[in-house]
Design a protein around this ligand. Structure first.
Ligand code: PMP
Length: 439
């Protein structure tokens, strides 16, 4: 499977001797499934705040990594982990207060009916657990996802991830619906299309004797091409699915933890009520911690019949990291900052689109932005090659973004939540000059 912004062996001529040796060693030791970003892969050795540094000491403005969302190597997180690692690091089969303090604080950010939390190490595990719970609760197997979804790497959730590549054949219990492509389908249409697609998917499952269990949606539709969608568009479709007995699993691995602006959770933009929410990536700012938040009725139904133990999930060091992240977001009001700087970026990039004809659509919510490149604004012909060039040109200029989407033509921009206006200006300027470079 190729990757939009991926290094290929054809690019090897651009590498220094040292880089070539590292690439060869990786391939020999790790095999071909791993991918590197950029035509000239970046050899990172250090991170601090919004910056990544390469082995020569050159700094790069990070506008991509939503794991270190509150800043690389954040001192509060490092200190919390260090303190806890010196004291105790075991698992969830002993009484400990840290996990409970964190659980209370985390649940406090959700609507009150989402009142249980369980901890895992990765977003994939959280989605996998959510699927098991949905199937247990409903007695069904059928799942609805979007056409170019990504939900993770376990066997079950890879089957819900058509964006993994042509090798990923969808099983018979999975149905897809269109993502909210306001640019190509029309902003006014996406809500009705979403609802109609969901109803059709449910009917089709029933016609084939498949009992539906859940609808799983990444609320920012990241792998589908950063299809933010108009606020509220999901409400009718999700309500229709829930009326048919499906559980709604909001995959917040991408949009969660203030990424989409004022709301802590992406689903809140749409006024929908998930039955389960899965969390990951920025939850520990780099420490592997992820989790599932759900309605007690669903979580307890599973727990009464099945025990769950995840050796590293919810360990004291991970919980200390998670708590430090939440403290920083709340104390520094990063939701407000994500909203304000994200809005500033959206405006700045939209202004650039008036000058660069190739920028067909600029969209975003908070600090998650997509710029769709086209070769022709009327026909909206996707400009995948130009997207690749812009991403690589920006990397050379010291600003890190990537590209995504089924048409491989969407610049994917996820600045750190701690960006100031000065960082935003640097990012806008880098997009401007990279767009000018490709003509
Ligand atoms: N869901 C979504 C929407 C994701 O983007 C990802 C990771 N890219 C996952 C789930 C899986 O998370 P992890 O890589 O931590 O298993």
């Amino acid at each position: 499977m190729s990757m939009v912004n991926g290094f290929t062996p054809d690019d090897a001529a651009r590498l220094t001797e040292q880089e070539r040796r590292l690439v060869e060693r990786r391939e020999r030791l790790l095999g071909p499934a791993y991918r590197l970003f950029y035509e000239r892969p970046l050899h990172t050795v250090r991170g601090e705040g919004v910056w990544l540094f390469d082995e020569q000491g050159r700094r790069y403005l990070d506008a991509y990594n939503n794991v270190a969302s509150i800043g690389h190597c954040h001192p509060r997180v490092v200190e919390a982990m260090h303190r806890q690692a010196q004291q105790l690091n075991t698992h969830t089969r002993y009484l400990q207060e840290g996990i409970l303090d964190y659980a209370e604080q985390l649940l406090g950010t959700f609507p009150s009916d989402l009142d249980r939390v369980m901890f895992t190490c990765t977003g994939s595990e959280a989605n996998d657990l959510a699927l098991r719970m949905a199937r247990h609760y409903t007695g069904g197997t059928g799942i609805i996802i979007t056409q170019f979804a990504y939900h993770g790497v376990t066997g079950d959730v890879a089957e819900l991830s058509p964006s993994l590549g042509r090798g990923m054949v969808l099983p018979s219990h999975v149905r897809t619906v269109r993502a909210p492509d306001a640019y190509r389908l029309g902003a006014d249409n996406v809500s009705a299309l979403f609802e109609a697609d969901i109803k059709a998917a449910i009917q089709d499952m029933q016609a084939h004797g498949i009992r539906p269990a859940a609808i799983v949606m990444d609320g920012i539709f990241s792998s589908d091409g950063v299809l933010v969608g108009p606020a509220g568009f999901m409400a009718a479709g999700i309500a229709a699915a829930q009326a048919e007995g499906l559980l709604y699993i909001a995959d917040e691995v991408q949009p969660g933890f203030a990424r989409t602006g004022l709301n802590m959770w992406g689903f809140m933009r749409h006024g929908v009520q998930p039955d389960m929410v899965t969390l990951g990536k920025p939850m520990g700012n780099g420490q592997p911690i992820a989790g599932l938040v759900g309605r007690s009725e669903v979580v307890d139904c599973f727990g009464r019949h099945m025990r769950y133990f995840n050796t590293f999930g919810g360990n004291p060091v991970s919980c200390a990291a998670g708590k430090a992240v939440l403290d920083v977001i709340q104390e520094q009001n990063l939701q407000q900052q994500s909203h304000a700087i994200g809005g500033y970026l959206l405006e700045g990039l939209s202004r650039l689109a008036q000058r660069h004809a190739c920028m067909g659509d600029v969209r975003g919510a908070g600090m998650f932005l997509g710029v769709e490149l086209v070769t022709d604004r009327v026909t909206r012909q996707p400009a995948a090659e130009q997207a690749r060039k812009v991403v690589n040109s920006m990397r050379e200029k010291g600003v890190l973004i990537s590209a995504s989407g089924p048409l491989e033509n969407v610049l994917k921009i996820r600045p750190l939540l701690t960006y100031t206006q000065e960082h935003a200006d640097m990012l806008i300027e880098a997009v401007d000059t990279a767009m000018a470079d490709i003509g």
